[in-house]
Design a protein around this ligand. Structure first.
Ligand code: GLV
Ligand code: MN
Ligand code: MN
Length: 394
C-alpha cells in the first residue's frame, strides 16, 4: 500500500480524494473482494468491507481508520488501522470462528484534512456531527471543489454498493500508531487508549493595505504579515503553561500578493489548538479573537472556527476488552490518552468505542520517518483480532 503515493525515503503523499487515494481504495477493495467481503460506500466515500459469516446478523462491529495522508506523511498513520482490521478479519475467516454479528473493515474519508480542511470529515458525516452538504463547496489550494474530487473517487469504485450515512454499529475499535513517544519510553508494546484530547481549528484572516515597499514610510503601513507575526507571538505567549499541556500550532500561512517589494495586503493562517480538558480548551479558544485583534491592529482581523472536537473518554467496557486481550497475549500494556485526534473521536458518540496503540519510533509522525517495528504492528493486529472476536460473539 505504501508504494501508492510513495514520497521521500519511506513516506506517502496520498491526500484525500486524490488519484493516489483512489488507487489505494482500489487496492483495498481488490484485497477485500479476494476475501469475499461485501463492499459498501456511503455518500462521503467511507468504505465498508463487510465480513458476514453464516449465522451473523444485526449491527456490525466496525474496525478501521483512514488511508489518506499528510502532504508527505508516514506510511503507517491510519493505513495501519485499516490493514490491521483487514488482517484481523482474514484471521477470523481462516479460523472459522462462529460470529453473532458481522464485522466491517472501515476506511474513513479525509481524516487528515490537509487537502480539504477540516479533518475527520468521513467520521463526522457518518455520525451526524456535520452534514455532507457543509463540505461540498470546500476547495483545495488548486481551487478544486471537494464535490468534484469526491465524485471522481466514488465513480472509481463502481462495485461498491451505496449504503446510507450513519447506519447503526454494535461497537467501533481502531488500532493506530501512537504518533508520540510514550509507549517507547515506557517500554510497552500496547497502548490501551482511554480517550482523546480536545482539538479546535481556526482560520485567521488579516487584511491590511498593499503599498510600494520603497516609498511607503513604516509609520504609514498596514502590513498584514507584520500583524500576523505579532498575533502569533502574542498567542504563543498567552498559551504558554507550566505543565506544557497546551498544543498550539500555526501550520499554514499564506500571504498576498506574495511579492518581495509590495507590503503584504492579506494573510491567512491556520491555528490548531489542543488541550485534554474541555473547560480549559474552551477558555483558551475563547481568548483567540480578542488577542488577535489587539495584536493585529491596525489591520483588520477575522477569526473563524473550522473544526471542533471536544475531549472524549472511551467506554470502560471496550478499554477493558483491549486490556484483557493484551494480557491474554502476554503483551505489556499501558493505559494512556491520545494526543492526536482520530475517527474514533466521533464514533464514540455513535456506539461503544475504543482504540489500541502501538509504539512509534522516537515518537515521529506526520513525517516520512514515521516507523513502527513489524513485531509491534503484528502485536497490535493480534490484540485487535481478539477484541473483534470478543465483540462479535458476546
Ligand atoms: C490527526 O492527524 C491529528 O492531527 O491529530
Ligand atoms: Mn491517523
Ligand atoms: Mn495524521
Amino acid at each position: 500500500m505504501a508504494s501508492i503515493g510513495a514520497c521521500g525515503l519511506s513516506g506517502v503523499n496520498r491526500q484525500a480524494f486524490s488519484d493516489e487515494d483512489v488507487q489505494a481504495r482500489k487496492l483495498l477493495v481488490k484485497w477485500a473482494s479476494e476475501l469475499g467481503l461485501r463492499i459498501f460506500s456511503d455518500a462521503i466515500g467511507n468504505l465498508f468491507l463487510r465480513y458476514e459469516p453464516k449465522g451473523s446478523t444485526g449491527a456490525p462491529v466496525l474496525s478501521g481508520s483512514h488511508m489518506d495522508s499528510q502532504p508527505c506523511g508516514g506510511r503507517f498513520d491510519g493505513t495501519y488501522g485499516v490493514l490491521a482490521a483487514l488482517e484481523a478479519v482474514t484471521a477470523l475467516h481462516a479460523s472459522g470462528a462462529q460470529l453473532r454479528r458481522p464485522v466491517d473493515v472501515v476506511c474513513w474519508s479525509n481524516e487528515e484534512g490537509s487537502r480539504f480542511a477540516p479533518g475527520a470529515m468521513g467520521s463526522m458525516v457518518f455520525t451526524g456531527t456535520r452534514s455532507l452538504e457543509e463540505f461540498l463547496d470546500i476547495r483545495d489550494r488548486a481551487g478544486i471543489y471537494l464535490r468534484d474530487a469526491l465524485g471522481q473517487t466514488l465513480d472509481a469504485i463502481p462495485q461498491a454498493q451505496r449504503c446510507p450515512i450513519g447506519f447503526s454499529a454494535y461497537a467501533y475499535v481502531e488500532v493506530h500508531i501512537e504518533q508520540g513517544a510514550v509507549l517507547e519510553q515506557a517500554g510497552k508494546r500496547i497502548g490501551v487508549v482511554t480517550g482523546i484530547q480536545g482539538c479546535r481549528w481556526f482560520e485567521v484572516e488579516v487584511t491590511g493595505e498593499a503599498r510600494h515597499a520603497g516609498t511607503t514610510p513604516m509609520r504609514a503601513r498596514k502590513d498584514a504579515l507584520q500583524s500576523a507575526v505579532r498575533m502569533i507571538l502574542a498567542l504563543r505567549e498567552h498559551f504558554a503553561d507550566a505543565q506544557d499541556h497546551v498544543r498550539f500550532t500555526v501550520g499554514r500561512f499564506d500571504t498576498l500578493p506574495n511579492s518581495p517589494n509590495t507590503v503584504p495586503e492579506h494573510v491567512r493562517f491556520t491555528i490548531d489548538l489542543r488541550h485534554p480538558e474541555d473547560a480549559e480548551l474552551a477558555r483558551l479558544a475563547g481568548s483567540i479573537c480578542s488577542i488577535a485583534q489587539t495584536a493585529g491592529a491596525p489591520c483588520g482581523v477575522t477569526v473563524r472556527a473550522t473544526f471542533v472536537c471536544d475531549p472524549v473518554q472511551f467506554r470502560k467496557r471496550i478499554t477493558q476488552h483491549v486490556a484483557d486481550a493484551a494480557g491474554a497475549l502476554g503483551l505489556e500494556a499501558l493505559h494512556m490518552p491520545s494526543g492526536a485526534f482520530h475517527d474514533a473521536m466521533f464514533l464514540a458518540a455513535h456506539c461503544p468505542t475504543g482504540m489500541i496503540f502501538v509504539p512509534s519510533a522516537r515518537g515521529i509522525s506526520h513525517h516520512p520517518d514515521e516507523y513502527t517495528a513489524s513485531a509491534d504492528l503484528a502485536a497490535g493486529a493480534r490484540v485487535l483480532a481478539e477484541v473483534l472476536q470478543k465483540l462479535a460473539t458476546e
